[in-house]
Design a binder for this molecule. Structure first.
Ligand SMILES: [Zn+2]
Length: 117
């Protein structure tokens, strides 16, 4: 297991979690992910295993549709560090571009058909 550390661009939101080596990621084609274009983790992290350290008021939440999926972003720099998933409430996917030492462009990526859900 490796400890991964991540942050938004300005650093008001920091997070960490433990996982096996990250070798791939997931692009989703749903209406919000396709606009963001971020490569997300292909694994989910239970809320209890994702350590979030955010300045008060920094973590901002966007919801739409059913409101089940929770799309968090930084109030200051607008970066989207993680989201709580639609299919597994209480579990998070993280934006691989936010993680120290991870190069999303060197990873294998799969497309998840979120548009059809
Ligand atoms: Zn920020």
């Amino acid at each position: 297991m490796t400890t991964y550390n991540g942050s938004c661009h300005c650093g008001d939101i920091r997070f960490s979690f433990e996982h096996d080596e990250i070798t791939g990621g997931l692009h989703c084609n749903c209406s919000i992910c396709i606009r963001k274009g971020a490569l997300m983790s292909d694994f989910t992290i239970p809320a209890k295993d994702l350590q979030i350290d955010a300045k008060p008021g920094a973590l901002t939440l966007y919801k739409f549709g059913s409101g089940v999926a929770k799309h968090y972003f930084c109030k200051q720099c607008s970066i989207y560090p993680f989201n709580e998933t639609l299919r597994m409430p209480g579990h998070f996917r993280v934006n691989l571009g936010c993680i120290d030492g991870v190069d999303p462009f060197s990873l294998e990526s799969k497309v998840f058909d979120g548009k059809s859900l």
